[in-house]
Design a protein around this ligand. Structure first.
Ligand code: ATR
Length: 273
């Protein structure tokens, strides 16, 4: 019988996910005995599959595209940042047996932008593409960096309007200009859509890129993404993918599950090769 503590990733698709490798490296580095597997589950079966996993002793899960908002139905309680986000990327069984929902995407993105890439975002203009669970997860932590403006664009208008409405009070309290994107250019453009999954480019305002613009795709692919290739051809200063964010958000999930924060540098180096 498998006596290891069990963790999983729920997503659709998950075949190319690097999360199992990242958590295996964290476990080895921190001397933790656990298993971590990727489970491909369609939206219609996600809730029942996740409930079964936890009912049969699973200790924690990561949640990725397209289940981050649906996952709100699972936990008994949410961390403050998950409640603000309205989306979840981490589930953990707490000592009292209750399930807690967290969202570590925002802290993961901010650490990658600020600590690894060395960006200063205070008083900068940021464009965020997307209004799904991934976008929701990073808005609060981006606002806390006090950019001059955080502006949004999305393929469909109603979802964009909902996100603009939900985060309006936080943006106002931090004195950050907030709203639907108009014209560029921007200092930083973050692609939080899932368009890269299908090789598509999300819609963007005119003139979004100038020669100083940094572009960041939260998605990652072996040979770049449609968005990073577009950014390069549009003359952006730098185009990056979200592998660093993936490792950082995973480290925060690992800390919630195991009580120890892994050293992310060597793990990012190992999976970047
Ligand atoms: P996630 O958890 O990754 O955010 P999601 O909640 O399904 O997944 O949200 C997907 C996001 O990517 C949405 O902003 C979606 O736009 P819509 O709200 O208009 O559906 C965006 N998206 C997905 N495929 C896209 C495409 N091919 N082009 C542009 N935007 C796309």
């Amino acid at each position: 019988m498998n006596t290891l503590d069990r963790y999983v990733l729920f997503g659709h698709p998950v075949a190319h996910s690097r999360s199992p490798q990242i958590h295996a490296l964290f476990a080895r580095q921190c001397g933790q005995a656990l298993s971590y597997d990727a489970i491909d589950v369609i939206p219609e079966q996600f809730i029942s599959t996740a409930r079964h996993f936890f009912a049969s002793g699973g200790r924690g899960a990561n949640v990725t595209f397209p289940h981050k908002e649906a996952a709100l139905a699972l936990p008994a309680d949410l961390t403050q940042r998950a409640r603000l986000a309205g989306s979840i990327n981490t589930l953990a069984v707490m000592p009292n047996g209750d399930l807690l929902g967290d969202n570590t995407d925002g802290i993961g993105l901010v650490r990658d932008l600020v600590e690894r890439m060395g960006l200063t975002l205070r008083d900068r203009r940021i464009l965020l593409l997307g209004a799904g669970g991934a976008a929701r997860g990073v808005i609060g932590p981006l606002l806390e960096l006090r950019p001059s403006a955080l502006l949004l664009d999305n393929r469909t208008r109603p979802r964009l309007e909902q996100v603009l409405h939900d985060f309006e009070p936080v943006a106002a309290s931090l004195n950050v200009k907030w709203g639907a994107a108009t014209a560029g250019p921007f200092d930083l453009i973050i692609n939080a859509t899932s368009a890269s999954h299908s090789g598509d480019l999300p819609p963007m305002p005119q003139g979004a890129v100038a020669s100083h613009t940094i572009c960041y795709d939260m998605f990652y692919g072996r040979e770049g993404t449609a968005f990073t290739r577009w950014a390069q051809s549009a003359g952006a200063q730098r185009a990056e993918m979200g592998l660093g964010m993936l490792v950082e958000q995973a480290a925060e999930a690992f800390r919630l599950w195991r009580g120890v924060l892994p050293d992310t540098g060597p793990v990012l180096a190992a999976i970047s090769g």
